[in-house]
Design a protein around this ligand. Structure first.
Ligand SMILES: Nc1ncnc2c1ncn2[C@@H]1O[C@H](COP(=O)(O)OP(=O)(O)OP(=O)(O)O)[C@@H](O)[C@H]1O
Ligand SMILES: [Mg+2]
Length: 582
């Protein structure tokens, strides 16, 4: 889990100077700099990076930045004054200009290389040099590490311009994708799902880039037009941004003995990861081989729990490659993600994502990433046969660990003490046959209804299904009765059975697991469209609503955001599906 600093009553960081005094650059100070890089970070042209863990690089500021939003929650947790988000020097830094920052902040940021495996298969084709040495943070640039209230945080700009890993692209992010990522990170945090966090979002009033996108109302699968979008910089925050793909890059180099320091660089990055993300659970005095095994066990626990949480809240990552899998076990890279509307095990909003990264296949995708992770660690254990066997066991037991988490999650979603396979299978069959809204269904069920009328609020086909309507109703009724019996709401004839639970108690419990509000794409589309016209009120409204996803909220909010997706919005390009997210 991402550690949360204790809540502060009053902000103690109200200026950039205050923040600068907390700067503490562990990555730049303890890992290796690319020896071919210019130290001032002014080298932005795509090139191969053969060794070293990072490249110093300066961000390219966006022109004429304008404040869009900041996360009040994260500001509060960090002890930042809200006023700072709109103060001139803070805006300058987090819209990409760090040339003026006060010491000990540095006038240079950094980007990291990583490797890519898709569903467990190693790729180098995405690298322009066909070697893998040109692949990494192409538009993500970290500008600060700071220790705040005893917790280390890294602050990373997304869309901060080109880096040596940009592969010929512009290094920019458009407002649309930045609004999506900004809102989603704070929503996920409020849902209780580990994630990188959102700090701030600024848009350029004048700088635009062209991106392929969908024309209004298009049903095309691929973008059918080119649009000119304003560029933006969002800043995300996490204990580190180390990805499985990053370990993989050094693991591959060590395995292939690509250069004399390859093994040492692998060990350094792994120990650095442990320090940054696992310091509280792995004793720093242990030998590397012991640490590595503990790391694999701990990451397996975090990853399986993370993916079960994704499914609990209806989230599909969409592109769960090794380079989009944070080694700290939290959600990273809100590109082609989506929250499902109608339940579909194969839900996948990204047209390039395929079945393998679809909603209920995420446990398999996670397993592939975990294999990639273990393969990256293996070179460090070649002299420790017993540890290698332990690592193999940890890897081999992934499906069991994943299944345990999934069963625990489904049981909790259904308010049951234990998972019940038959009840669950019948439910998913019914949900698909009836076409049921995932979020609304589980929240309606959480009211512990007397009859299926209440559940019908979540049925897309409820009122239109002519064929066998009665048959379906009967099956739903039988299912509900069985569920209530298992949930302990209806007493059985068995005199030794536990007494029936109070409806209210069960309902309260379930409402803590089943959110009322989820960030569906059709809520976000008008928000970024209005933002493009300079009106940020809907972005801020969504920020408010989606950071309290379990609360009932007002009737107005309920009417607007607790409802089925309008049928005319299904199959619409850019909303129901998208082919690119940058
Ligand atoms: N406009 C761009 N300019 C430069 N590089 C880019 C751009 N868009 C994507 N990339 C790079 O392409 C690769 C794959 O893109 P992907 O969409 O997974 O990442 P991303 O959304 O940019 O970033 P992240 O994973 O950091 O959230 C990444 O290495 C990313 O940095
Ligand atoms: Mg990515």
């Amino acid at each position: 889990m991402i550690k949360r600093p204790p809540q502060k009553t009053a902000p103690n960081i109200s200026t950039l100077n205050d923040l600068a005094t907390l700067a503490n650059y562990s990555l730049m100070d303890s890992l290796n700099c690319d020896p071919d890089a210019t130290v001032n970070g002014h080298d932005h042209a795509p090139r191969q990076v053969f060794t070293g863990h990072y490249v110093p690089v300066t961000p390219t500021p966006i022109e004429n930045p304008e404040y869009v939003a900041h996360s009040k929650n994260l500001f509060r947790e960090l002890g930042f004054a809200d006023s700072m988000a709109q103060s001139a020097d803070f805006v300058r830094v987090f819209s990409g200009d760090i040339a003026f920052v006060p010491e000990p902040m540095r006038k240079v940021g950094w980007a990291c290389g990583y490797a890519l495996s898709i569903y467990g298969t190693e790729y180098i084709q995405q690298c322009p040099f066909q070697t893998g040495n040109g692949y990494g943070d192409g538009r993500a640039i970290s500008v600060l590490e700071a220790v705040i209230n005893g917790q280390r945080w890294e602050m990373q700009l997304k869309g901060g311009g080109r880096t040596p890993y940009c592969r010929g692209a512009d290094g920019r992010a458009v407002l649309r994708s930045s609004v999506r990522e900004f809102l989603a990170q704070e929503h996920m945090h409020a849902l209780g799902v580990p994630t990188s966090r959102s700090l701030s979002l600024y848009v350029s009033k004048t700088e635009k880039v062209r991106r392929p996108w969908y024309s209004e109302g298009s049903h095309s699968r691929d973008p059918d037009t080119l649009v000119s979008d304003a560029v933006a910089i969002s800043t995300r925050v996490a204990p580190s941004f180390i990805r499985v793909g990053q370990l993989e890059l050094f693991g591959r180099r060590a395995r292939k003995k690509e250069h004399p320091q390859a093994m040492e660089e692998l060990e350094q990055i792994v120990l650095h990861l442990i320090d940054r993300e696992y310091g509280d659970v792995i004793d720093q005095n242990l030998a590397t081989s012991e640490k590595v095994v503990l790391l694999a066990r701990e990451f397996r626990g975090r990853l399986t729990s993370l993916v079960a949480n994704w499914i609990r809240v209806g989230y599909c990552q969409g592109n769960f490659n090794s380079d989009n899998c944070a080694a700290g076990g939290f959600t990273l890279d809100y590109g082609p993600f989506g929250f499902c509307d109608a339940f579909d095990p194969q839900y996948q909003p990204w047209t390039g994502g395929g079945h393998h990264f679809s909603f209920l296949n995420q446990p398999e995708a996670a397993e592939r990433n975990f294999h990639t992770f273990c393969s990256a660690l293996r070179p460090l254990l070649t002299a420790h046969q017993d540890r290698l066997i332990e690592l193999d066991e940890i890897q081999g037991d992934f499906p069991k660990a994943m299944q345990t988490q999934m069963k625990k999650m489904w049981a909790a979603k259904l308010g049951l003490a234990a998972f019940h396979q038959a009840l669950f299978s019948e439910l998913t069959t019914l949900m698909m046959q009836t076409s049921v809204d995932y979020t609304v269904f589980f929240r309606q069920l959480s009211t512990v209804p007397d009859d299926i009328g209440v559940l019908k609020k979540s049925f897309y086909k409820g009122s239109t299904l002519k064929t066998d309507l009665e048959g379906m109703d009967k099956r739903w009724e039988e299912w509900l009765t069985k569920w209530k019996t298992l949930a302990g709401i209806i007493s059985t004839t068995d005199a030794t059975a536990t007494p029936p639970r109070a409806h209210e108690e069960l309902s309260q419990e379930m409402k803590l697991v089943n959110p009322k509000y989820s960030l569906r794409e059709w809520f976000v589309v008008p928000a970024y469209q209005q933002a493009a016209a300079g009106n940020y009120s809907l972005v801020r409204e969504l920020q408010d609503v989606m950071t309290q996803p379990y609360a009932e909220q007002s009737q107005d909010v309920e009417k607007k955001y607790y409802r089925l997706k309008p049928l005319e919005l299904f199959e619409v390009g850019g909303s129901s599906h998208y082919s690119c997210s940058s």
